[in-house]
Design a protein around this ligand. Structure first.
Ligand code: ZN
Length: 267
């Protein structure tokens, strides 16, 4: 199985699919995390190439923990546009990695880079099979399955958990994957949230702080995943799940059957 996870920034795939990726890797799947931008605006002090270099190093450290491969395109943060050139690039990445499953953001999201990443992946979903489009890269012989990451936006439609994965068994490793993105979880995101002075200095204390800070966010995701968890694990087990990642079907790729959902996603 080849999984291609396409996020806008160097931390999106880790946040929204890190646990499922860990479980896929345990099953022997190849997982690629792609960031379409280099993340060079995501800080309050360091900017430009210096930040981009730091963020590449962080994704590599996180990928090493997870056992996934990472790719960061050199497009400035906040400046992603859904161009024909990039549509071809996204098509080529999906083809070159012979993807069975592609994951990305939903099209309605607060961040323009997330929205355009979604649009680019949607635009690639059929074109990956068309031999005359970007003809130098051989087409996908069969159309991959495309899914969206979970989010909490409700307009025009709230997220529907078509398939949910309990990640309680890998959550400790997911925390380490997130902790590796130091410039984000210990600097930029707390700064945005006016919490920079709360962040402890020592490593073990920081990790505990990270868990405490993000647990409610992930718990809310698990709550909104309940229908998907219940379908897969039964009511009793679903009620005990603390951490979950869910995915919604993108209608533009291959249509998964209930059996496909069961076999594509780790339990
Ligand atoms: Zn992002």
């Amino acid at each position: 199985m080849n999984i291609v996870c396409i996020g806008a920034h160097p931390d999106d795939c880790e946040f929204f699919a890190g646990g499922t990726a860990l479980k896929w890797v345990q099953q022997g799947a190849n997982v690629l995390f792609v960031s379409l931008t280099n993340g060079d605006k995501g800080h309050f002090e360091i900017l430009g190439p210096e930040l981009a270099r730091r963020r590449i190093k962080e994704t590599e450290a996180s990928a090493k923990i997870a056992g996934v491969t990472t790719m960061v395109l050199d497009i400035p943060d906040g400046e992603l546009m859904p161009t024909l050139e990039l549509r071809k690039k996204v098509v080529d990445i999906i083809r070159q990695h012979d993807a069975d499953v592609v994951l990305t953001h939903r099209p309605n999201d607060y961040h323009p880079d997330h929205r355009y990443t979604s649009l680019l992946v949607q635009d690639a979903a059929f074109m990956v099979t068309v031999p005359g489009f970007s003809p130098d890269t051989p087409r996908c012989a069969s159309n991959p399955f495309f899914f969206y990451f979970q989010d909490l936006f409700t307009k025009p439609t709230p997220f529907s958990p078509d398939v949910s994965v309990s990640i309680d068994d890998v959550i400790e490793t997911k925390w380490l994957m997130l902790a590796a993105m130091e410039s984000q979880v210990y600097e930029w995101l707390p700064w945005l949230d006016n919490k920079l002075d709360e962040v402890p200095k020592s490593q073990p204390e920081r990790l505990e702080w990270l868990k405490k800070t993000w647990r409610p966010f992930f718990a809310e995701f698990a709550q909104h995943s309940f229908a998907g968890l219940e379908r897969r694990y039964g009511t009793e087990k679903a009620q005990k799940v603390q951490f979950a990642e869910s995915f919604e079907i993108c209608e533009y790729g291959r249509k998964p059957t209930p059996e496909d959902l069961e076999s594509l996603f780790p339990l």
